[in-house]
Design a binder for this molecule. Structure first.
Ligand SMILES: [Zn+2]
Length: 548
C-alpha cells in the first residue's frame, strides 16, 4: 500500500461521548485507488445513463437517509452516504465506484449488474441476495435495489464482495460507522469511569491492542497512542471531584483526562483483553490519610471483588538490568539463509550491539546470555536473568519460512493459552496451584517453577507493543507483527520478556539485510527506543510525586 500525503495527521478528531466519533468534513471526490477523476466521472456518467434507461427493477421500499459513514485512509477522511431500505443499510453503487475505482455495467436482459474490480468481476442480480465474487458465491443480507437512477447495495457488500478482490485492507466498522482503508491505524476505544471511594477508575478498552503512554501534564493526564487516529467512545463524568472530563487530546491519537480538585496521584496498568485487545486502567487517587492501596483492589473499601488486579510497577525509577539473549549458538545454528548466513551469528552480532547501545543510552546493566559461539540451554538463559534479578529479558532471533517470499519482523510474548486455567490463575497471583503441562504438538513440558512468566504477561505484552511500534517505524514488519506463542525461553523468565524475530533469513533480500551493519544497527535503535518507551510508560504509571 502506498501512502500519499498525510492529511490525516493534521485532521482534528472529534472524540466525544456520542455514537458518532468523528465530525463530518466536506467531500473530496478523489478515488482511493487514485486514477484520474475525469475517467472515473465518465465511467459513472455511463452507468447513470444506463441506469436511467432501464427501469424494470423490482419496486423497493423508499430509501430513507441514514447517518453517513466516514471513510478513513491515508488520504484523509470523507463521508460516505448511507441509506436505509427495508431495515437494511445500503451504499449507492456509484459512490463505491468512485471510492474504489470500480466500473459498473448493467445487463438489462439478464437483470444483473456486473462490477469490475481490478480486472475481477462481481455479478449481482436484481432481487437476489447471492452474488458471484470472482466466481465464488457469497451471500449478502439483502438483494441490491434500485433507487431512481441509482443502485443500492447492502453495506456488507464492501467487506464481503469488494474486500476479497481489492487486495488491501478494507474494514467496515458498523457500530462506529467507519470504513477503514489501507494501513490506517485507528484503534477502537471504549471508555468508562467508575467511582471507587477515594479513587476514580477510568478503563479504556482498546482494540486492537495499541502501544501507548500515559503522562501527567499539570492538571491533566495525556494518553498517547501509537496510531493515526482514534475511533473512541468516551465516557461522561461520574466522578467530577477526581476526573472532570475525558476528551479528545491535542493530537489525532491522544486522549486528555481533565483532573478534578481532589486529584493527588494516579497509577495505570495494562491488562490483556479479549481477542487481542488491551485494557488500560487508570486510577486517579485522592489524597489519603492512609497510604494508597498497592496490592490490588481487594483492600479498597467498597471495591468489587471482580475488580482486576493491578500488576506491580517495579523497580521504582525504571530499569536497572536487562538480559539480551542471542538466540541459538554453538551446535544450534538456528535458521539458515540461502547464502548460508546463520541465525546464531546474526543474533550474536545484534546482541552485542544492543548491549552497547542500552548501556550507553539508558545507563542500564546488560547481561548477555552468551558472548560467543556457545551452546546455552533455554532454561539456562531464563535462569541467568532470574539470578541477576533482571528487569527485562529480550531474546533475539531471525525467522525461517518454507516460503522464500515471507518477510518482516515479528515480536512475540508468551502465550498462556497452551497452559490452561492454572496459568491464568498464576497470572493473577495465585501461584500455589501450578500445572504440570505435558506434550501437545509443541513438545513443551512445564514444571511449576517454570510458570514464572505468567505473572508478567501484561507487562510483556506492553513491552512487545512498544518494541513492535518502534520496529514498525524503521524496518519491514510482518502482517502479524505482534504474536503470542509458547516459547520455552520465555516461560521461566521472572520478568517482562519478549522475543524479537528481526526478519526472515529465508528471504534472500532479508538475508542480505540481516547480515548488514546498517540493518543490524537500525534494529538495535528500534529495540532501544521500544524499551525506552516501555520504561517511560512504566515510570508514568507510578503514582505522581514519587518520580526519581
Ligand atoms: Zn531462532
Amino acid at each position: 500500500m502506498d501512502c500519499q500525503g498525510s492529511t490525516i495527521h493534521t485532521a482534528r478528531p472529534a472524540l466525544s461521548g456520542n455514537r458518532r466519533p468523528y465530525a463530518r468534513s466536506p467531500v473530496k471526490a478523489t478515488g482511493y485507488y487514485g486514477r484520474t477523476l475525469s475517467a472515473r466521472r465518465l465511467c459513472i456518467a455511463a452507468v447513470c445513463a444506463l441506469l436511467a434507461i432501464l427501469s424494470g427493477a423490482p419496486a423497493a421500499q423508499a430509501p430513507a437517509a441514514a447517518p453517513p459513514y466516514t471513510v478513513l485512509s491515508r488520504e484523509g477522511r470523507r463521508p460516505l452516504a448511507a441509506r436505509m431500505v427495508s431495515g437494511q443499510e445500503m451504499f449507492a453503487l456509484e459512490d463505491l465506484a468512485r471510492l474504489f475505482d470500480l466500473s459498473v455495467r448493467e445487463d438489462a436482459a439478464a437483470g444483473g449488474l456486473t462490477v469490475t474490480v481490478r480486472n475481477q468481476i462481481i455479478v449481482l442480480s436484481a432481487g437476489q441476495s447471492l452474488a458471484s465474487v470472482g466466481g465464488r458465491l457469497i451471500s449478502l443480507p439483502s438483494a441490491p435495489v434500485r433507487d431512481g437512477r441509482t443502485w443500492l447495495v447492502p453495506v456488507d457488500f464492501v467487506p464481503r464482495a469488494l474486500a476479497p478482490l481489492l487486495g488491501s485492507r478494507v474494514e467496515l466498522r458498523k457500530p462506529s460507522r467507519l470504513l477503514l482503508l489501507g494501513d490506517i491505524r485507528a484503534p477502537h476505544i471504549a471508555g468508562r469511569i467508575e467511582p471507587m471511594g477515594s479513587l476514580a477508575r477510568l478503563t479504556l478498552e482498546v482494540a486492537p491492542a495499541t502501544a501507548h503512554t500515559v503522562s501527567q501534564d499539570g492538571q491533566r493526564l495525556i494518553v498517547r497512542f501509537e496510531a493515526d487516529m482514534l475511533d473512541a467512545v468516551l465516557p461522561g463524568t461520574t466522578a467530577p471531584e477526581l476526573i472532570q472530563g475525558v476528551r479528545a487530546g491535542d493530537g489525532p491519537a491522544t486522549i486528555t483526562i481533565d483532573l478534578g480538585p481532589r486529584f493527588a496521584s494516579f497509577r495505570t496498568s495494562d491488562q490483556p483483553g479479549d481477542r487481542g485487545s488491551v485494557r488500560i486502567v487508570i486510577d486517579v487517587l485522592a489524597p489519603s490519610t492512609e497510604p494508597p492501596p498497592q496490592q490490588g483492589l481487594s483492600s479498597i473499601p467498597g471495591s468489587s471483588q471482580e475488580a482486576p488486579p493491578l500488576f506491580e510497577v517495579a523497580p521504582v525509577g525504571g530499569l536497572r538490568t536487562v538480559v539480551v539473549d542471542a538466540g541459538h549458538g554453538g551446535s544450534e545454528e538456528g535458521a539458515k539463509g540461502p547464502e548460508g548466513t546463520l541465525e546464531k551469528n546474526v543474533t550474536l552480532s545484534v546482541a552485542r550491539r544492543l548491549k552497547a547501545a542500552l548501556e550507553a543510552r539508558l545507563g542500564v546493566r546488560v547481561i548477555l546470555t552468551r558472548d560467543g559461539d556457545a551452546t546455552v540451554g533455554l532454561d539456562e538463559r531464563a535462569a541467568l536473568g532470574n539470578n541477576n534479578k533482571a528487569d527485562l529479558f529480550v531474546s533475539l532471533h531471525a525467522n525461517a519460512s518454507m516460503r522464500p517470499a515471507t518477510s518482516g519482523a515479528e515480536v512475540f510474548f508468551l502465550s498462556l493459552e497452551e497452559y490452561g486455567d492454572a496459568a491464568q490463575r498464576a497470572a493473577h497471583g495465585d501461584s500455589e496451584s501450578l500445572p504440570v503441562f505435558g506434550g501437545g504438538t509443541r513438545d513443551i513440558e512445564l514444571i511449576p517453577w517454570e510458570m514464572a512468566q505468567a505473572r508478567y504477561i501484561q507487562e510483556s505484552a506492553a513491552l512487545a507493543q512498544a518494541v513492535e511500534a518502534s520496529l514498525r517505524e524503521r524496518v519491514p514488519v510482518s502482517p502479524r507483527a505482534i504474536q503470542q506463542a509458547p516459547f520455552r525461553v520465555l516461560v521461566g523468565a521472572n520478568m517482562p520478556a519478549v522475543l524479537v524475530e528481526m526478519g526472515f533469513l529465508t528471504n534472500p533480500d532479508q538475508e542480505k539485510q540481516l547480515r548488514s551493519d546498517d540493518f543490524q544497527n537500525i534494529v538495535v535503535q528500534a529495540v532501544v527506543e521500544g524499551i525506552t518507551r516501555f520504561r517511560d510508560a512504566r515510570i508514568a504509571a507510578r503514582p505522581a510525586g514519587t518520580a526519581r
